[in-house]
Structure formats: C-alpha cells, structure tokens
Design a protein around this ligand. Structure first.
Ligand code: NAD
Length: 259
C-alpha cells in the first residue's frame, strides 16, 4: 500500500511505543517521516529501524514543551522534505494520582497539561502554515485516550486529553477552509513500555475488553494512518475510540448482574 507516497510526516514522542509504530506504518506506506522525541537517541534508533526496513525517515530531537525546538522541528521537515502533510501529536505526560485530589502538587499537574495539551497545540501552531500549503491533503492526528471519556484515574492527564478532544473539534472547523483535517484517536490499554513494570495489571485488563485482548501499538498506528490518509478525506473533528469495545461495554457490571 502506498497511501502516503510523496507525503511528509512529523510524529512527536516517536522514540518508542505508539509513536514509533506510527512512524513505521506511515513510512511503510510511502511517507518520509521526521521521527521526533525529546530523547534524540531514541528517535535516532527508530529512524534507523525505519530505514533498515526500506522506509524513509530522519530523526530530530524535540521536546514539545519547548516552542523554539518545535519550530526547529517543523523547519527541519520543510528543509528535508520540502513541506509537511501530516502531523501526529503523540507526546504526552501522565502523573499518577495522589491518594486524595487535594494532595496534587502544582508542578506535576501542570506538566501533564503542558506536554499533553499545550504541546499538541504548540506543534499544531507551528505546523499549520505548512499543512495548509499541502494541496488539500494536510492532516493532524492527535493521540488522545479513553480517559477523556470516562473515569479511569490520572486526573490531570485525563482532563488534558479531554481538552485535546475539544481542541481537535475546534481546530477541525477552523482549519477546514485551508484544506487541513484534524482528528483524534482514543486508545484503550495498549501494550507499550508504560506497562513494563505492571505486567500483571496488563494481563488483568484483558478481561475488560469485549474483543478479549489489550491493544498493540500497531492497532493504534493503523487508525492514525487511516485518519491521516485520503481514505478519510471527508472525516474531520472526530474522536475515534480504538479500544477493543471498552467504551461501549460494561463487562464488569454485566458479570455481576448475569443470571
Ligand atoms: N499505552 C497505553 O496504554 C495508552 C493508552 C491510551 C493512550 N495512550 C497514548 O498514546 C500515546 C503514546 O503512548 P505510549 O504508551 O506509546 O508512550 P511511551 O511512554 O511508551 O512513549 C512516549 C514517548 O514520548 C516521549 N516524550 C515524553 N515527553 C515528551 C515531550 N515533552 N516531548 C517530546 N517527546 C516526549 C518519550 O520520550 C517517549 O519516547 C500517548 O499520547 C498516550 O497518552 C497510550
């Protein structure tokens, strides 16, 4: 499949996990990908792996909380690829909840917003002038979370992801006349390093998924690729759960009430 032949894409937080899977998927379908991460070495490894697989990728260190670094990453895409067609906002921050809400410290609370919501807005601001020049194929895909829709803990992260869903809708409407679509995927539990030290919990999570398993990074990458591609040419402003049926089910209650 070559849906992204001639496309240039920039993915944030792409040094591992879902972002890395997105970089691999877009490159496998023909895109030239700028693999960015605040950890430049990780970004370098992913870009090298993409190239080893026959794809086209470059690495660039970029912390999405740093406006100058974000502008430099977009400038790098322009320089290396001659433009930008797709931006995937994937970087995030998530601090665990303290025992009580009133015990939240200011710094971790604001950091979750700074990376997850403001980082995505910052990248969109920097990239939009180039996306608007890509002849109607410009697309932003934001990586949200099911946490934006229901209570799963992680208060600051969840509120920031809900903000990202709202930003997706408003930016979609504002950018539509410039030929840029803006959409969001909402992953459920996905097997990445986030769960490395919580293997038992990841195994237990399976029971809550109607499709009987947790997600793999490639499940999310496939949905991101769809929304970024011309296959989704008439789709903008949506929040797409990619969650094995989690949000439409209540399996725990069903089991309790089952006769
Ligand atoms: N894994 C899950 O279960 C899950 C569930 C729902 C949503 N998501 C979402 O998927 C996305 C990716 O999650 P993951 O599990 O692959 O994460 P991960 O922790 O495995 O990888 C995140 C990457 O982002 C980078 N990063 C962190 N802060 C950054 C910053 N300020 N600037 C640039 N890069 C930064 C890290 O260096 C890392 O390489 C996130 O938006 C997350 O909210 C994940």
């Amino acid at each position: 499949m070559t849906r992204f032949e001639g496309y240039a894409a920039l993915v944030t937080g792409a040094g591992q996990g879902i972002g890395a899977a997105v970089a691999h998927r877009l490159a496998a379908e023909g895109a030239r990908v700028l693999v960015t991460d605040r950890d430049a070495a990780r970004a370098g490894s992913v870009a090298a792996a993409v190239r080893d697989g026959g794809g086209s990728a470059e690495a660039h260190g970029c912390d999405v909380t740093d406006a100058a670094a974000v502008r430099a990453a977009v400038a790098r895409a322009q320089e290396a690829f001659g433009g930008l067609d797709v931006l995937v906002n994937n970087a995030y921050s998530c601090h665990r909840d303290p025992d009580r809400f009133e015990e939240w410290e200011e710094a971790p609370w604001y950091e979750d917003f700074e990376v997850t919501l403001h980082g995505a807005a910052r990248c969109a601001r920097a990239a939009l002038p180039l996306l608007a020049r890509s002849g109607g194929r410009g697309a932003i895909v934001n990586v949200g979370s099911v946490n934006a829709e229901q209570h799963f803990g992680d208060h600051a992260y969840s509120a920031a992801k809900a903000g990202l869903a709202s930003l997706t809708r408003t930016l979609a409407v504002e950018s539509a006349p410039r030929g840029v679509r803006v959409n969001l995927v909402e992953p459920g539990t996905v097997r990445t390093d986030v769960w490395r030290d919580r293997a038992a919990m990841l195994e237990q999570a399976r029971a809550h998924y109607p499709l009987g398993r947790v997600g793999e990074p490639e499940d999310i990458a496939a949905a991101v690729a769809f929304l970024a591609s011309r296959d989704a040419a008439w789709v903008t402003g949506v929040s797409l759960p990619v969650d094995g049926g989690l949000l439409v089910s209540n399996l725990a209650m069903n089991r309790t009430m089952a006769r």
